[in-house]
Design a protein around this ligand. Structure first.
Ligand code: AMP
Length: 279
């Protein structure tokens, strides 16, 4: 694996290789979810680039940024054993040479007004700012992202369209722990007792998938919320939405493709998850 800290040498190296480039952007503290993206990229492309960059502009909560887990040595070992070709490890200055004060604003419309957009103001602007930079620097043919961050995938697809970028987004399935908890770097911050109960979000989503009936969806949402709350978690939201456009659905005809999305705090750690209901 070759390590680049600067974009220019990375760009010229990739240019020389003339291979189809696959790109897996991450914020580090890597787990099997990230490695599944690396594997998907290795299967589909000639060179796999993984970036590790904890992007300051996407944290609406400064404490969350400060406490974001960093496990770089272990990340490097994992990436090497997964067969990653290139690790891109830029500094904040490399990504934002003119500082973070005056960055672009992207018109994300409705997508920015619901769910994560509503609960984390500015978050998706930050995601777009860093993704635009990284995609310009790496210029991949394919971009591999996890459907665990369902709304983020939709936002990045929108960014690709807005900016007419020649890259294909490939969304990969969510990797889970044996008890169902979606793998996440933030799980490292859970206390052991909290960790044991954090699969309640997954249990709430599974309840919905197994029980949902056409008609008014509120009783099902309430029961799923009870499952999450009874584990001691504080939900931000639990909603059912059209899987294609994320419009919230209250009355279901039994056919419209639905995704259930939830965010909840366990102590001070905020976790998100989602599940396709009828795919
Ligand atoms: P992050 O480091 O959390 O920014 O995540 C980097 C990429 O890994 C994003 O595309 C995530 O959606 C993806 N990812 C995170 N957790 C998982 C998971 N449990 N399964 C699959 N992909 C994931």
């Amino acid at each position: 694996m070759i390590l680049f800290k600067q974009a220019e040498p990375l760009k010229s190296y990739l240019h020389q290789q003339q291979a189809v480039t696959g790109f897996v952007p991450t914020m580090g503290a890597l787990h099997n979810g990230h490695l599944s993206l690396i594997e998907a990229s290795r299967k589909a492309t000639g060179i796999t680039v993984c970036s590790i960059f904890v992007n300051p502009t996407q944290f609406n909560n400064p404490d969350d940024y400060r406490k974001y887990p960093m496990t770089l040595e272990n990340d490097i070992l994992l990436l090497e054993s997964a067969g990653t070709d290139i690790l891109f490890l830029p500094s904040v200055e490399e990504i934002y040479p003119a500082g973070t004060g005056q960055l672009e604003h992207y018109d994300l419309g409705y997508l920015e007004s619901v769910l994560e957009g509503a609960y984390r103001p500015g978050h998706f602007q930050g995601v777009c700012q860093v993704m635009k930079r990284l995609l310009d620097q790496v210029q991949p043919r394919q971009l591999f992202m996890g459907s665990k961050d369902y709304q983020q995938c939709m936002v990045v697809q929108k960014l690709i369209e807005l900016e007419h970028m020649p890259v294909q987004l490939v969304t990969c399935a969510t990797e889970r722990e044996p008890d169902g908890l979606a793998m996440s770097s933030r799980n490292l911050r859970l206390q052991p007792e909290e960790r044991k109960k954090s699969n309640a979000i997954y249990n709430g989503l599974v309840y919905l998938k197994n029980n949902l009936q056409p008609g008014d969806l509120s009783p099902f949402k309430q029961q799923a919320l009870r499952i999450i709350e009874s584990a001691g978690m504080q939900p931000d939201y639990l909603e059912l939405a059209d899987a294609g456009n994320l419009k919230l659905v209250q009355e279901w005809d039994g056919k419209q493709p639905l995704v259930a999305l939830a965010a909840a705090f366990m102590g001070e750690v905020r976790l998100i998850d989602n599940m396709a209901m009828n795919a």
